[in-house]
Design a protein around this ligand. Structure first.
Ligand code: SF4
Length: 107
């Protein structure tokens, strides 16, 4: 089976295994959007996701943000988890899994 035949999750799994074997990534951690945004403070998309998470709290955050009714909020049109968006399929309530290297940086 060639690499092109692999499903996205299989490619990610192989890449993770390679990073772990090379010592590049040392751990997988689950971070909420606020913690994730702190790792990349220049990312506008992560900042928006973190702000919406902060706004609605941790319980059922994805569903609450997706169905937000605050149409006057400046972030309303760019909020994450909207139906049809890239993160539409992200059903995790409040977390992203990231891999950190030995320095605690995202690998
Ligand atoms: S778009 Fe909705 S969830 Fe996001 S910050 Fe505004 S009011 Fe809160």
């Amino acid at each position: 089976m060639s690499e092109q035949d692999l499903k996205p999750w299989e490619k990610a799994q192989a890449a993770r295994k390679a990073r772990l074997e090379s010592g590049e990534a040392v751990q997988s951690v689950r971070l909420n959007p606020i913690e994730r945004a702190r790792l990349k403070p220049k990312s506008k998309s992560l900042a928006i996701k973190a702000m919406c998470y902060h706004c609605v709290g941790g319980e059922q955050a994805v569903q609450t943000i997706r169905h937000c009714t605050s149409t006057t909020c400046p972030l309303y049109t760019v909020r994450p988890y909207q139906v049809g968006s890239n993160d539409d399929a992200d059903d995790a309530d409040d977390v992203d899994v990231v891999e950190l290297d030995a320095q605690g940086e995202e690998a």
